[in-house]
Design a protein around this ligand. Structure first.
Ligand code: ADP
Length: 151
C-alpha cells in the first residue's frame, strides 16, 4: 500500500449516457485522490476483449463487450493511498443490488449488466489496464493539496 498507488477507473457507456461523469469524478476528487490521466474514448470490441480477457468464456461475455462498445467511456487513472482497494469500495459490489448505499453503484444503478463503472481489482491488473488504455503514459505533477491529505 502506497500513497502513489494507481488504479484504472472507467465510466462505462451507461454512466456517460446517464450524465453521471461529473458526479463520479467528484467522488474521487473529494476523497483525496489525484487525477493523473483522463480521456473520453469510443472503444472497439477488439480493445475491450483485451481489457476483459479474463472473462472470456463467461456466458455474459459477448453481451458485456457489446455493452461496453455501445458508446463512449471515460478512461481515468487515479492515484493515492490504497487507490485500488479503496476505489473498489467506492464503486461497490459487481451487482448493484448488493452494493451499499453510499457507493457509486449502490447510489446510481440497479442491474449487473448496467453497472456504470469499472475499477481495477488488484495492483497488477491496474498496471496492465493503465498500459492498455494509456499507452501514451500518465501525467506527473505535484498537487498543492498533498500535504493536507497525507501526513
Ligand atoms: P467487476 O466489474 O466488479 O470487477 P467482473 O470483473 O466479475 O466484475 O465482471 C466485469 C463486468 O461484467 C461487470 O462489471 C459487469 O458489467 C459484467 N458482469 C459480471 N457479471 C455479470 C452477469 N452475471 N451478467 C451480466 N453482466 C455481468
Amino acid at each position: 500500500m502506497s500513497v502513489n498507488e494507481r488504479t484504472y477507473i472507467m465510466i462505462k457507456p451507461d454512466g456517460v449516457q446517464r450524465n453521471l461523469v461529473g458526479k463520479i469524478i467528484a467522488r474521487f476528487e473529494e476523497r483525496g485522490f489525484k487525477l493523473i490521466a483522463l480521456k473520453l474514448v469510443q472503444s472497439t470490441e477488439e480493445h475491450l476483449e483485451k481489457h476483459y480477457a479474463d472473462l472470456k468464456g463467461k456466458a455474459f461475455f459477448p453481451g458485456l463487450i457489446k455493452y461496453m462498445a455501445s458508446g463512449p467511456v471515460v478512461a481515468m487513472v487515479w492515484q493515492g493511498l490504497d487507490a485500488v482497494k479503496t476505489g473498489r469500495v467506492m464503486l461497490g459490489a459487481t451487482n448493484p443490488l448488493q452494493s451499499p448505499v453510499g457507493s457509486i453503484r449502490g447510489d446510481f444503478c440497479l442491474a449487473v449488466g448496467r453497472n456504470i463503472c469499472h475499477g481495477s481489482d488488484s495492483v497488477e491488473s491496474a498496471e496492465k489496464e493503465i498500459a492498455l488504455w494509456f499507452p501514451e503514459g500518465v501525467v506527473q505533477y505535484t498537487s498543492a493539496l498533498e500535504q493536507w491529505i497525507f501526513e
